[in-house]
Design a protein around this ligand. Structure first.
Ligand code: ZN
Length: 519
């Protein structure tokens, strides 16, 4: 009786093959590998195909290959007599794996390994050396390819070309040049909001919560809705991905929003070990002005400084008004926040050693700082300059409205003139007997109606004009008083004006407080 062998074919398409593949050379394609192997299976009557194992798009370096794992398990469980591959390198380019399975385990499990293009066959004992040499060559090849890809990527990065397949949130990959970024009109507004909220004192998680409350899709959901598919999670799971503090932090730190490409921040350890490691900042590849900026440099730098200064806000709470800015005048340690049931306090974080023992009430410090800032405004605010700015910014709007009202006025007056002329003609026509008395009376009453309507319109427009003129006059005073004296503080104002606040100890009932201004 003829022996029948249970044959498994193993196919693999790897990332490095994909780069090589083009219309004229598809020798490594899955279709081609399958065709070649099935020819052998079909022409050998003692071969019985029991399964096809196919890994696509994965590296041959022995990392996660689900079908490969299944093949090995089936070999171990005695389901397979022969493993058939196009070449040994399809099975694995890793010497260790070749050695472990083809030269050892397969023998133990009674599995024969045959590869076609490099004539490896475990049934043939003289073949072992050639298998090992093949394995070695394959391993060198992989290292070589890996280095080539790395250096190609590096040179692209150095030329300021965007190499990732996915644009950072806020941008899209240009459809006509996939090494360029263009603004994503929708997402870029969210990026701007994130930077603004942060400067207004919101912490990472408070911003995330704010965006989630407004139902703004997270970066990965946004990508998905644009039709960009990531193979990481199921669609249902993706719908549930929300904004989190990490996503916010990543966006706030990303220099891409300055119009700058910074790439090569991470790398894999080697072609064998795909664990991702962060590269030292000095090794990053940075290229300016590669695309349109979303955030101006001033705002970006303020945010980076804030990030350094801020103490960690807990949970959803926003950062406190003076966070990271208050220091001890005596020992220069920062002042720690301390809460009682009634009030919040600040106290020198070094107060076991420091002479500055007593705490200061937060709201008191706030009103003191407000007085300082208002004094500063008093000293520096120039009414003339402010008026100029107000004129530029706000009066334009009123002026435009005035101009259109005045032209309306001209139109109404023109109509009044026309109907006066008409009335004069009507009298002449009546005197000359052209119109009958009946006709004349009805036309005159028509005229009276029009006249009344016109004068009403005239009144309305004149009223509007005087209101606007009054507004412009009052506007100056209003705006100036608004900017001349601040009613309360917020994080933006504090950041704008204050570098550091130094709180000293109490001597003779007086506490010394010094402010280091930002100018
Ligand atoms: Zn101190």
């Amino acid at each position: 009786m003829k022996e029948i062998f249970r044959v498994a074919i193993y196919l693999r398409l790897s990332i490095e093959d994909k780069d090589k593949l083009n219309r004229t050379d598809d020798s490594e394609s899955i279709k081609n590998q399958r065709h070649m192997l099935m020819e052998v299976v079909n022409s050998n009557t003692s071969y019985n195909l029991i399964g096809e194992y196919c890994d696509e798009d994965l590296s041959g370096a022995g990392t996660f290959r689900p079908e490969f794992e299944r093949l090995i398990k089936d070999c171990e469980n005695g389901k397979i007599d022969i493993v058939l591959c196009k070449s040994q390198s399809r099975f694995s380019r890793d010497m260790e794996i070749v050695e472990r399975y083809i030269n050892n385990k397969f023998k133990e499990w009674n599995v024969r390994f045959i590869s076609l293009s490099d004539n490896a066959d475990t049934e043939n004992p003289g073949n072992k050396k050639s298998r090992q040499i093949n394995g070695l060559v394959n391993e060198w090849y992989l290292e070589d390819v890996s280095n080539n890809i790395r250096s190609a990527f590096n040179s692209k990065m150095k030329q300021g070309e965007f190499i990732s397949p996915f644009a950072p949130f806020g941008y899209l990959v240009d459809s006509s040049d996939n090494n360029k970024l263009v603004i994503d009109e929708v997402a870029c507004l969210v990026v701007k909001d994130i930077f603004n909220l942060y400067l207004r004192g919101y912490g990472y998680s408070a911003i995330a919560k704010c965006l989630n409350d407004k139902n703004i899709p997270s970066p990965s959901l946004h990508k998905y809705r644009q039709g960009i598919k990531l193979n990481i999670v199921s669609n249902k799971a993706r719908e549930e991905i929300k904004w989190n503090s990490n996503a916010i932090k990543t966006i706030l730190k990303n220099e891409v929003y300055l119009g700058k490409l910074v790439q090569g921040k991470r790398t894999t350890i080697s072609y064998k070990n795909h664990k991702i490691i962060n590269k030292d900042k000095c090794l990053w590849i940075s290229y300016p002005n590669t695309h349109e900026a979303i955030i101006d440099e001033d705002t970006f730098n303020k945010v980076q400084l804030e990030m350094k200064n801020r103490t960690k806000p807990r949970g959803n709470s926003t950062v406190h008004l003076f966070s990271g800015k208050v220091f001890c005048l005596e020992c220069e340690h920062y002042l720690r926040k301390k809460n009682s049931s009634k009030h919040q306090y600040l106290v020198c974080s070094n107060n076991i050693i420091c002479s500055n023992k007593s705490s200061i009430r937060y709201d008191k410090l706030e009103s003191i700082v407000l007085i300082y800032i208002n004094k500063l405004l008093d000293k520096f605010y120039d009414d003339v300059l402010l008026k100029e700015n107000v004129n530029k910014k706000y009066k334009e709007i009123y002026k435009e409205k005035l101009i259109s009202l005045e032209s309306e006025l001209v139109n109404i007056n023109k109509k009044i003139d026309e109907s006066e002329k008409y009335l004069k003609n009507l009298y002449e026509d009546k005197v000359n007997g052209v119109v009958s008395l009946e006709m004349f009376n009805s036309l005159v009453s028509n005229y009276e109606d029009n006249k009344a309507r016109h004068s009403k319109q005239l009144d309305a427009v004149n009223k509007k004009i005087s209101i606007y003129k009054e507004n412009i006059k009052n506007f100056d005073e209003e705006i100036i008083s608004k900017y001349k004296k601040l009613g309360n503080l917020n994080r933006v104002i504090v950041n704008e004006f204050i570098d550091k606040i130094y709180v000293g100890e109490i001597r003779d009932n007086i506490r010394n407080i010094k402010i280091k201004w930002n100018f």
